[in-house]
Every structure is written in structure tokens, then in C-alpha cells.
Design a protein around this ligand. Structure first.
Ligand code: KMH
Ligand code: ZN
Length: 270
């Protein structure tokens, strides 16, 4: 089966002070996404920043970023409703009203680095219902095994569409560590008939992405997940991170999915 490659150019926390090549303005984000599309990515996971590089759910900035990406390429847009730790849940949730093809759904509150990531049960349910009504496909971000159980509860409550789509996030302080053992444990706990990818934060990014691909998962690449190409080698941008992931897919004798194939593989609304 073809592999869906998602690019995550920016994320909620790092700034240009951490790596000056991090795209943060709408033009920079759209340009990085456009390059990733040219390299083989079919999904863009998008975080927004304000003029001070702070994470934001500002709808004007969101519209501008979406428009710039759409002007550049037909990549499928997945807006992050995680947004950033400082942005209130209701503002984050309102982003799905722009009706992107996809958006993230984080099922549980947790410690996240040195901060708090708030995803209250009632708010998560309202957001899931809104996404279902709007035909916005949720990508379920799971940071520990209990998050899988919570997603299955949402499914049983009729709040999720067919073909659950999971991101197994490993390496966030407050969630499961980025180890192969944790990845295998999480994969074994997933329901049958779902699609998934590993989001490996930090220095194990490449190895765990490779293991995820070998286990049959999809792949994600970009500066949201690691600012480095290797130890002591800051990434000069998103391009080499995406390019090496696409190469990895091909070296494993799998094909990179086109946008059209991705729509089918992820059972997206047409
Ligand atoms: N950077 C991820 C680990 C989301 O996009 O919904 C967390 C995140 C969630 O950014
Ligand atoms: Zn994200």
C-alpha cells in the first residue's frame, strides 16, 4: 500500500531563535509546504504563528495561510487544533469552521513539556461533533495508551467518522517516550482497520519513522518534530527532512501516495 507522507513545517513551540530556518510567517509556511508537496508530501499539518512567532488560532491568519498554500499546490490541508499551549481551547476549536480537509483532535489533557495541554472531555466532544458535521477528518493524536481508549469511547459515542486515523506521538515530556518498544505497544493496541503514523519528537525521529514504515504505518516529516538532521546538525529547512523521509519510503520498496490516493487511503470526504 502507498505511504501517506505528511509535512509538519512549524509546530507550536520552537522559534527562529531555536533554528532560524523555521518557517513562521504565512509566506514562509506556504513556501515550505509547496516544496514539501514537490518532494512528495500529500498532507500539510499546519500550525499558525502571529507576527511575534507566537502560536495563534487567529482566523485571519489561518485564512491567509490556507489561501497561500492553495494558490501554490493541491496538497491536503490538516489544520492543527492543538495550536499551542497558551491558546484557549474554544479558539483552537473554531479553526475547523474553515472546513479544512483534516484537522487534529487531541483526546486528552496532559502535561506537555513544561506546560499544560488542555483538552477537556466536554470540549473534545463538541469539537468532534463539529468536525463530523463539517466533514473535517480528525487525526487522533495519541500520546499514551489511555488516549487510544478515550478515542474508542468517542467512536462508540458516534462522534468519529469511519476509518479512524491515528498519530502515535512519542517523545513529548508528559507522554510516552520515543522508544521502539512504546511504538510497538501502541500499534498493538490500535483497533483493526485504522490508519496510523508515528510522530517521533526529537532525536529518535529518523529511527522511529523508519520502524513505523516497516510496521506498515504512514510517515510524517518536518521541523515541528525535529529541528535537526542529526546530532549537531541543525536542519537547513524542512526540505531535507521531507526528502529523506520520501527516500526512506522508496528504499523500503513502498510508494509515496499522491493527493488523490491519500483521499482514498484516509477515506476523506470528497
Ligand atoms: N507537536 C505535537 C506533538 C496538534 O498539532 O494537534 C503536538 C501538537 C498537536 O502540535
Ligand atoms: Zn502539530
Amino acid at each position: 500500500m502507498s505511504v501517506v507522507v505528511t509535512v509538519a513545517t512549524t509546530g507550536p513551540i520552537a522559534t527562529k531563535a531555536d533554528n532560524p530556518n523555521l518557517p513562521t510567517t504565512p509566506a514562509e509556511i506556504a513556501e515550505a509546504v509547496g516544496h514539501a508537496y514537490d518532494l512528495g508530501a500529500s498532507v500539510a499539518h499546519v500550525h499558525l504563528r502571529d507576527e511575534h512567532e507566537r502560536p495563534t488560532a487567529d482566523l485571519g491568519i489561518a485564512r491567509e495561510v490556507v489561501q497561500r498554500i492553495e494558490d501554490r499546490c493541491p496538497i491536503l490541508i490538516q489544520l492543527s487544533t492543538g495550536v499551542g499551549l497558551t491558546v484557549p481551547f474554544e479558539e483552537r476549536a473554531a479553526l475547523v469552521d474553515l472546513a479544512p480537509a483534516m484537522a487534529t483532535l487531541n483526546p486528552c489533557s496532559m502535561t506537555f513539556g513544561t506546560g499544560e495541554f488542555l483538552n477537556p472531555p466536554a470540549g473534545v466532544r463538541d469539537l468532534a461533533r463539529r468536525m463530523l458535521d463539517l466533514g473535517v477528518k480528525p487525526e487522533l493524536e495519541i500520546y499514551d495508551t489511555g488516549h487510544i481508549d478515550e478515542c474508542l469511547r468517542l467512536r462508540d459515542e458516534g462522534l468519529l467518522p469511519e476509518l479512524l486515523q491515528f498519530s502515535i506521538v512519542l517523545g513529548v515530556r508528559g507522554g510516552a517516550a520515543a522508544t521502539a518498544e512504546n511504538l510497538i505497544t501502541m500499534v498493538k493496541r490500535l483497533p483493526e482497520d485504522c490508519v496510523w503514523q508515528i510522530i517521533a519528537i526529537g532525536r529518535s525521529n529518523l529511527e522511529l519513522t523508519a520502524i513505523g514504515l516497516a510496521l506498515g504505518g504512514n510517515a510524517r516529516a518536518g521541523m515541528e518534530d525535529t529541528l535537526y538532521l542529526g546530532k549537531g546538525r541543525p536542519a537547513p529547512g524542512n526540505d531535507p527532512l521531507v526528502a529523506r523521509t520520501v527516500q526512506l519510503v522508496r528504499d523500503l520498496d513502498r510508494e509515496v501516495a499522491t493527493v488523490d490516493q491519500t483521499r482514498d487511503l484516509l477515506a476523506l470526504a470528497r
